[in-house]
Design a binder for this molecule. Structure first.
Ligand code: AMP
Length: 224
């Protein structure tokens, strides 16, 4: 099964995708994470992406599409993928559809995580991520037990350079202009499911798992 998590920056796509991966066994593929990994490795792709990410702009379609197609062609993606942060433009959506079709696959569901605009800004600007294990926190909504220290692994928490208030505002503008039209695109294809992205993380996960009709037995409450 191939699933897209659609929603604004700060809607909770990354958080939910990680939990859903446990529940479904499908592989979580996050374009932003792939860029950040490339940057840590100091590759040309990473450097190129950084120049766009720092400004809150989208990396050019052909670069993202190539990277994603390359990633999903790996064996671990054969059973299904949870796409997080991709597609973000119509051309990316078309390219993904064609690529999947060429392998007898299709996007089965698009889960659209809805969160009011006012909440999004606080979610982005309050986000802190663990340098070691990638767990995310929010200083307003779910702070770590000790400031700037990960509850899970005691790693150091940091704020992503594109999570400042100014860049967050710009990223939201880019989302409204370039990504929101995809909601209508997938609605017309008949596979869009709207999910209320507010409230407890575990409750949102539960709604998503129910919508997909898949659960490998993992405990939603525990893992969220
Ligand atoms: P994210 O981690 O999904 O919030 O993405 C962080 C940044 O990576 C975005 O603001 C873009 O600069 C870049 N990026 C991630 N995914 C895409 C995509 N599908 N298309 C273009 N740029 C992307």
């Amino acid at each position: 099964m191939d699933v897209i998590l659609l929603g604004a920056p700060g809607a909770g796509k990354g958080t939910q995708a990680k939990v859903l991966e446990e529940h479904t066994g499908f592989v979580h593929v996050a374009s932003g994470d792939l860029f950040r990994a490339a940057l840590r490795q100091g590759t040309e792709l990473g450097m190129l992406a950084k120049s766009y990410m720092d400004r809150g702009e989208l990396v050019p379609d052909e670069v993202v599409i190539r990277m994603i197609i390359d990633r999903i062609s790996r064996k671990d993606c054969d059973l299904g993928v949870i796409f997080d942060g991709f597609p973000r433009t119509r051309d990316q959506a078309l390219a993904l559809g064609q690529e999947l079709l060429a392998h007898g696959r299709r996007i089965d569901y698009v889960l659209f995580l809805q969160v009011p605009d006012a909440v999004l800004l606080r979610r982005i600007a309050g986000r802190q991520t663990c340098k070691t294990c990638g767990t995310t926190y929010n200083i307003y909504y779910f702070p770590p037990k000790r400031p700037e220290i990960c509850d899970e692994c005691q790693g150091k928490l940091y704020q992503r350079s594109d999570d400042t208030m100014e860049t967050a505002r710009h990223r939201l503008g880019v989302y409204f202009a370039q990504t929101m039209p995809l909601i209508e695109y997938y609605r017309q294809q008949g596979n869009l499911i709207e999910i209320d992205g507010q409230g407890e993380i575990s409750l949102v996960t539960e709604t998503m798992v129910r919508a997909l009709g898949v659960n490998n037995g993992a405990d939603v409450e525990k893992s969220a």
